[in-house]
Design a protein around this ligand. Structure first.
Ligand code: PHE
Length: 341
């Protein structure tokens, strides 16, 4: 019975064609050739219709089986190609590209907060140049040319076309802003400086040749050390955001203050034995020396004041529990992101 063989051949050929289709265009072409309105299956349908009635009884189930195999092969191929297309769209094993969000550097963050705290206490925020004259960085701060205090703040010296060789330097402290602004200020006044300073230092975990300081100074009548201590406590409470800060003052020497102190802090809730549980030197301060006021054109008999200076890095390190200053001046964003916001 040739027609029965035609059915079987058709089914086998359809299975091969659909299974071999490697993309949707090939599959569609095979579908049209085999299952389409003018396709091979249509021809077989016509041939079957033309067969004598008694043969149809046996041919019918064979034809149905062949059509079933062709349809099943087509469905399988369609599902296979759809699956492959989906696989290409989403590969869950690929690394994710996340958008990079920047963060504010811990130093910039503390600097902005310092300015905010002092603005709230009535201070004006100012700054001066990084390249400073010897006169403002040292001489007018009661540190004459031969004073041994200069040895503590060695720096990078530059020549100046008018002032001569070795007359300019990278400022070693923000105290230079005191002496350069006094002549322009009329007491009473309060000012705060947040700025970069430079020293000839060997770099290690707690020292760098470039760092940042906060300098505050107040000139008024009847100003005492009690005002100074109150101001320092207010500042630290606002900036360190901790309730366990203990502060102590030790007599110390800075040529531009008299009396002078060093302020130490420790964190009473810090892990015992940790760096923050021990006293840490945080800042220098004192009552502004009469010679400094006089050099700035302010009469020390009529006015007094206090001044203090501290390192921003030290402050940020205590606040975030960082033990190496190089983290803050390095470019490792993995570190910086943790402390930024
Ligand atoms: N300028 C001092 C320093 O850098 C700090 C200081 C400022 C001390 C103001 C006393 C008063 O070490």
């Amino acid at each position: 019975m040739p027609l029965a063989e035609d059915f079987a051949q058709y089914a086998t050929a359809a299975e091969a064609a659909f299974a071999g289709a490697s993309d949707s265009a090939t599959l569609e072409a095979a579908r049209i050739a085999l299952l389409g309105a003018n396709g091979q299956e249509k021809d077989l349908t016509k041939a079957f219709a033309a067969a004598p009635g008694d043969e149809k009884r046996t041919l019918g189930p064979l034809f149905n089986a062949a059509k079933g195999r062709a349809k099943a092969a087509f469905d399988a191929a369609k599902a296979r190609l759809a699956g492959a297309a989906e696989d290409q769209l989403i590969d869950l094993t690929l690394p994710v590209e996340r958008p990079r969000v920047g963060s504010i550097h811990p130093i910039s963050q503390v600097a902005a907060e310092v300015e905010e705290v002092f603005r709230s206490m009535g201070y004006g925020v100012i700054d001066g140049p990084h390249i400073e004259f010897d006169e403002f960085n040292f001489s007018r701060l009661n540190i004459p040319a031969d004073h041994p205090a200069r040895d503590h703040q060695d720096t990078f010296w530059l020549d100046h076309p008018a002032a001569g060789p070795g007359q300019r330097l990278l400022r070693t402290h923000t105290s230079a802003v005191q002496s350069r602004t006094y002549p322009a200020l009329k007491p009473p006044f309060r000012r705060v400086v947040v700025g970069t300073v430079f020293r000839y230092e060997a770099v290690d975990a707690t020292h760098d040749n470039t760092f940042h300081q906060v300098e505050g100074f107040v000139v008024d009548q009847d100003i005492t050390v009690a005002h100074l201590v109150g101001t320092i406590r207010t500042m630290l409470a606002a900036l360190l955001k901790r309730d366990d800060i203990e502060v102590r003052l030790r007599p110390s020497f800075f040529p531009f203050v008299e009396p002078g102190f060093e302020v130490d802090v420790r964190l009473t809730k810090a892990e015992p034995g940790s760096r923050f549980a021990r006293w840490m030197e945080l800042m220098g301060c004192g009552m502004i020396h009469p010679n400094v006021l006089t050099a700035g054109g302010i009469d020390p008999a009529a006015w007094q004041g206090f001044a203090f200076g501290l390192g921003l890095e030290r402050l940020a390190m205590i606040r975030h529990g960082i033990t190496d200053i190089r983290v803050m001046h390095g470019a490792d964003l993995r570190s910086l992101h943790q402390f930024g916001n």
